[in-house]
Design a protein around this ligand. Sequence first.
Ligand code: HDE
Length: 686
Amino acid sequence: MSNQPKGHRNETDKTEQLKGFTVDNDGQKLTTNTGLHVAEDEHSLKAGVRGPTLMEDFHFREKMTHFDHERIPERIVHARGAGAHGYFQVYEPLAELTEAGFLQDPSKQTPVFVRFSTVAGSRGSADTVRDVRGFAVKFYTEEGNFDLVGNNMPVFFIQDAMKFPDFIHAVKPEPHNEIPQAQSAHDTFWDFVVQNTETAHMVMWAMSDRSLPRSYAMMEGFGVHTFRLINAEGKARFVKFHWKPVLGTHSLVWDEVQKLGGKDPDFNRRDLHDSIEAGRYPEWEFGLQVLEEEDEFKFDFDILDPTKIWPEELIPVRKVGKLTLNRNTDNFFAETEQIAFHPGHLVKGIDFSNDPLLQGRLFSYTDTQLSRLGGPNFNEIPINRPMCPVHNNQRDGMHRMTINRGPVAYHKNGIAGGAPHPTADGYKHYQEKVEGHVTRERSDSFKDHYSQAALFWNSMSDVEKQHIVSAFSFELGHVKDKAIRQAVIDMFANVSGELSAGIAANIGATPPAKADDKAREAAASPALSMMNTIKTPNGRKVAVLVADGFDGAATEALVRDLTNAGIQPEFLSVRLGAVKSDADSAVEAAHSFLTSDSVLFDAVLVAGGEASVQALAAVPKLADFLKEAFQHYKAIGFGRAEDAEQLLALAGIKAKAGDPGLLAGQGLGQPFIQAVAEHRHWTRQV
Ligand code: HDE
């Protein structure tokens, strides 16, 4: 498009561009699509009040036709998603690494749109399922769009794009009955795993708590593949891209996830939307692992293999910038649904590697978007438009918006003086030297499938290991074919005997006969354990349980402290509406036991006040509410020690002495905030 703003840019520019396409109906008259004012919009045109509808009713026909066609195909993978606008800012110029313009000037804010997604489920499936999450970022740079189309796990299930259709067919609902929705817990997925052992490392990630993010703002992102950064002198280096969440990496627990699927299928989407609305903007630091070309073969893994990480302890992550999401979409379909990402949308200074998974992706994205978005002009859809001018000789096709003037639509031309001209400073592919025989083969250097799966296992805390064993056990419990179950036990004995025997014991399978237990000799990478992440109260939601007569002064002070610490306290009572304190002040209960549930909160605070506590104790659901919060390892605070005693007994909670997640009376305030920041209190598990 040539109608782009010029000169200084900041993060609002994409928003400005989108405004040109945004429509508000405030106070407007109803019209047809051709602008005709409409006098009546409830009755079709009939021959007589009880007669048949007339063909000439163009208003009815237009309304119904548009409705009949308002669905487009959902994405073949990553159908369920949520997106937001924001901006990216680099901390310091990165000219030594890359000539990419958006990585040079710390004062410049590059607009971005980010779409998070689950992979296997349909568009209407629940957010909280065991799955990989997509983390796709579109940077609207001055030099064109750069898409970093990543996931929340740093490796992938397969090593070659040729296998992607097979893998996705195996994980998606089985074709004869379309069961199960958004789950890997079924025969075809696990059959694929045992038949394709390159899946081992990624399966470990998928069975870990990384599959159950508490919030999109609390998960890491990874470019997965090895890319190249190239500086102005033409010097290239290998790079892996990372997103590190400022709130730390935190997950839900499996039981909670399953309940949330029913209580709030939009849990992650809602959290993203509400956080941005409330000004609690999600943030991630952008990280680079950089490898000199001459070091390509220095490791015991192949850097082109997408089932391998570069352990952070070997190649540190350099934090070079920050991504902030600060604006929700105006229209889900127009923006989140119609956005089209592509790992091949590059800018100068960034190039691919020969990772065979990445190479195949370069074909797939445009191809699928042609049918999903209905033709070759989808880059003209407002959310996909670059912020810089677009000039070429591509013309026509379905839904063409641009009105290209003049008779010339070819290169080379003389009539238009050669315009648009290729320029010497345009994108040039890195001149890698390539030679070899044409072949359909996998490199021998891709054949170690277990060492890094074992590294992952060895890096987990005991709690995380228990969760992995339970996850495998749940999944295999849903596999009907006992031979597949056994094959999984035998396959993962190559990773760890402890893991494999643990699963076998849970599902009544035979413990592995022979184990090439790689975990015995594997090292650990502390960066992989979520136990070592950032802990902060920011972004946490606490249910404050109150009923008439609650301790107004103490609760008010606590709520203030929580809010100041970045926590979001929300009142829950026996019914919605105003709840009176002992001092006759009132708070508004936004939730009741009928409308809400403990799985929707990170922690619980039972306000003090005799009358309030007794009214809450009389609600049958209170016991379940507290018990579930406790079983999900959440912090629970009580106004007074005697309330804690009464209500824990009522809920049948048998806490260990000194449980750091149970606090009362004097223990509230900073210690409670600290307990919320801890995320979960795992001493209850081990
Ligand atoms: Fe994708 N992937 N993918 N993928 N992918 C798509 O493109 C594909 C892979 C990822 O929010 C599709 O427009 C192949 C790895 C994300 O719109 C499709 C292979 C990673 C999204 C496609 C992979 C991803 C997609 C479906 C193996 C992490 C959602 C709709 C060679 C690095 C983007 C679409 C959004 C979407 C193909 C593997 C990330 C079919 C062939 C590895 C985040 O083109």
